[in-house]
Design a protein around this ligand. Structure first.
Ligand code: NAP
Ligand code: GDD
Length: 400
């Protein structure tokens, strides 16, 4: 058949279903590329199907446990890796026998739109949790462009996958926003109305992700919310974040497997909570808010502590008391009972621009979600040190 007589296969303007323009509030914008034959939202939401990016991370693993307990089917996106990256989910695989077909992992990547659209269309989630990110602030100074691609544009890709599949009214979206947005803080404590001033490529990428989430909510009427979460930790925290680096080192030093802990800025202050408490808050944000308009929330403890205090408390759990001396890069801490130096400063851990103070105000989440953190600072430190002591004694080298 000659080109001139062939039927047009790709129309210049996508066809629209009757009434779709008004129903979806799309105005003059083209309809999604691949509208699926979906039941009305009320019927669709009878299913409880979650899709999680970043499922292999600290928060992803706790969220998966939480949602499976609530009866959800959970789908997670994992990256191809030459080394094992599903260690935090290992115990859930074993549970497959008890909960068959409730937990599924799929290869994908926030840098790969095609894969995201494909997964969205196949899974038809009712809730999407975007936890995937290059999440290390210091590393973002070395991998600034990659961090922007994953953390900023990756969020756009995931939101657009929802739109492309015509799921804007069928699926709720959670964005893992961060207290790093406050950076050089403009107000103490920080709340949902505090102006942002990010201080790293990570913070700037997350600022884009924050605003594109707000924009899709306002432009397309999506139920899309930002959880602005302050630091949250656990025994599953990656070992290059300061809390876990400290607790693992305390366990190793106590068991005579390491001599000294090398750190950067001891004066930085953080509002540290337990990851498990924050997971519940993420879920609550997607549960309809009693009919109120979707909105963004801070999750925090409302307390702040310097890194130095975390160090002292962590050594305290194994009965080691510290005495500090020197200042700046020459500061160090000795174990009072042995006289050995157990903490020193290495400037390689300083950041080109630092976030000196984070201190959150969770009042809105407490009021509207009934959320409140349960684990206090001392119990968090104790749980992390004890978990690392067990791991060190059992020669467990987790990959986190
Ligand atoms: P995490 O332990 O570092 O986990 C990050 C997850 O993202 C991992 O599953 C990682 O996969 C995945 N990921 C990285 N690059 C990806 C890519 N290109 N495509 C798809 N997935 C990718 O972080 P977390 O502590 O659980 O935090 C979860 C989210 O909350 C992150 O977005 C973080 O920025 C944000 N956040 C965390 C905190 C906190 O204090 N923990 C506070 C505020 C906001 P691999 O396992 O393969 O590396
Ligand atoms: N990582 C690390 N390593 N941090 C150190 C060290 C060290 O040896 N020594 C001191 N610090 C200081 C850092 O300079 C920073 O001020 C503070 O400890 C906390 O560092 P991290 O634990 O790496 O966390 P973060 O606050 O930079 O970022 C985390 O929390 C954000 C929420 O506020 C990450 O989880 C981000 O993804 C998250 O958005």
């Amino acid at each position: 058949m000659s080109r001139s007589t062939s039927k047009t296969i790709y129309p210049e303007k996508p066809e629209e279903k009757d009434g779709q323009r008004n129903k979806e509030g799309l105005g003059d914008l083209p309809a999604p590329f691949a509208p699926l034959d979906l039941p009305p939202p009320d019927e669709y939401f009878q299913r409880k199907v979650a899709l999680i990016s970043g499922i292999t991370g600290q928060d992803g693993s706790y969220l998966t446990e939480f949602l499976l307990e609530k009866g959800y089917t959970v789908h997670g996106i994992i990256r191809r890796s030459s080394s094992f990256n599903t260690g935090r989910l290992h115990h859930l695989y074993e549970d497959q026998h008890e909960r068959p077909n409730k937990f599924h992992l799929h290869y994908g990547d926030l840098t790969d739109s095609t894969a995201l659209v494909f997964l969205m269309a196949r899974i038809l989630p009712t809730e999407v949790y975007n936890l995937g990110a290059q999440s290390h602030v210091k590393v973002s100074f070395s991998l600034a462009e990659y961090t922007a691609d994953v953390d900023a544009i990756g969020t756009l890709r995931l939101l657009d996958a929802i739109r492309t599949c015509g799921l804007t009214k069928h699926c709720r979206f959670y964005q893992a926003s961060t207290s790093e947005l406050y950076g050089l803080v403009q107000e103490v404590p920080q709340s949902e109305t505090t102006p942002f001033y990010p201080r790293s490529p990570y913070g700037v990428a997350k600022l884009y992700a924050y605003w594109i989430t707000v924009n899709y909510r306002e432009a397309y009427g999506m139920y899309a919310v930002n959880g602005i979460l302050f630091n949250h930790e656990s025994p599953r925290r990656g070992r290059t974040f300061v809390t876990r680096k400290i607790t693992r080192a305390v366990a190793e030093i106590y068991e005579n497997k390491q001599a000294c802990l090398w750190l950067g800025n001891l004066d930085a202050k953080r509002d540290w909570g337990h990851a498990r408490d924050y997971i519940e808050g993420m879920w609550l944000m997607l549960q309809g808010l009693d009919g109120s308009e979707p909105t963004d929330f801070v999750l925090a403890t409302g307390e702040t502590h310097p890194v130095r205090e975390f160090v002292e408390k962590a050594f305290g759990v194994v009965g080691i008391k510290l005495s500090w001396s020197g200042s700046g890069v020459d500061e160090e801490a000795k174990d009072i009972s042995t006289g050995k130096v157990v903490v020193k400063i290495d400037p390689q851990y300083f950041r080109p621009a630092e976030v000196e103070l984070l201190h959150g105000n969770p009042a809105k989440a407490e009021r509207m979600l009934g959320w409140k953190r349960k684990v206090n600072f001392d119990d968090l430190v104790k749980e992390m040190v004890e978990a690392d002591l067990t791991a060190v004694r059992n020669f467990v080298e987790d990959q986190n």
